[in-house]
Design a protein around this ligand. Sequence first.
Ligand SMILES: Cc1ncc(COP(=O)(O)O)c(C=O)c1O
Length: 400
Amino acid sequence: MSIIAERLSRIKPSPTIAVSQKARELKAAGHDVIGLGAGEPDFDTPDNIKEAAIAAIRRRENKYTAVDGKPEMKAAVVAKFKRDNGLDYKPEQITVGTGGKQVIYNAMMATLDEGDEVIIPAPFWVSYPDMVLLAGGEPVIVPCAQNNNFKLNPDDLEAAITPKTKWIILNSPSNPTGSAYSRDDMKAITDVLAKHEQVWVLTDDMYEHLVYDGFEFVTPAQVEPKLYDRTLTMNGVSKAYCMTGWRIGYAGGPVDLIKAMTKVQGQSTSNPSSVSQAAAVEALNGPQDFIAAHNEVFKERRDLMVEQLNTCPGLSCHKPEGAFYVYPSCAGTLGKKTPDGKVINSDEDFVTYLLESEGCATVQGEAFGLSPYFRISYATSTEALQDACARIKRACEALQ
Ligand SMILES: Cc1ncc(COP(=O)(O)O)c(C=O)c1O
């Protein structure tokens, strides 16, 4: 009999973590690899945030805090939701976890019974379906076509809702496409959701601040206040504040849901790091101007990537509104042969070819639930991106 639980057979390891690991290993072995797989900013955590953490250590903030976040942390989140999203939450409606990932995991563990359905628009962030499966639920994947900018069509949403639907998970701007819902796009979705009272909304707003060309970010409970009582508004400091390693995420929602999520956290990890909380308080309350400066750079990189990728034979790349990803189609490479005589039959074959022939580490669209595409993270230096584009172009031109 195996020591491994049956439930583990339902899920797979994170493919994005696997790609980053593979790129690191190839680099360590002396290969010339450009990592375009990691979903984290190449910018460093701003100094004021680091100093706040150092001060917290000096103040001996090295004890357990409340499981779901210390009062100052919750106050900073309450103020953030009011300031940025016009949403009113009380401290008891806030939970803080070890990264946005834990917050979503807690929500699934706290709410799903066997057979409960969770609607997940595809392409999706890789962890959603696996978290649903681990918690005993059923992911219901709804494809979102490129010709609708990878956004959910309201009719497809309506058709996917059943009496067993417990949640929908929305993510705008999206990992992996960078697509974001305008107010009108979001209203069309919330109009459908408002009619189905059994459906709760988990909105993953992790990339809220990373939008370009003056795009206005919106979140469901703000666009449709009728959904406020059944929405979990989730966010975190990882991406906008360049704090992926600090592991702080948070959410606001109805008190009963938040209490249930805290119960899960209380029997797993307890509080997120006390020092990281001090840093996150400074991130949320301190100066925000570096975000706009970073966005200038991200926007230039996005434009560079879209322009360059569209010159590669067999690829076509849409222009996303936000995040730091592009999601080009590699449909035009399928059926072609590599110089070694291998036929490209899938996006996985294509990304393997890119890695082996040119040392470009990207992630196959299959991992995000929509093929044939691949994801490139442009959160790396502009020089590396220019080099990567030249390599990708060479690889595409070498296909016959
Ligand atoms: C869409 C999305 N949600 C949540 C997360 C998790 O963020 P964290 O690092 O705070 O756990 C990520 C990280 O890649 C993400 O891309």
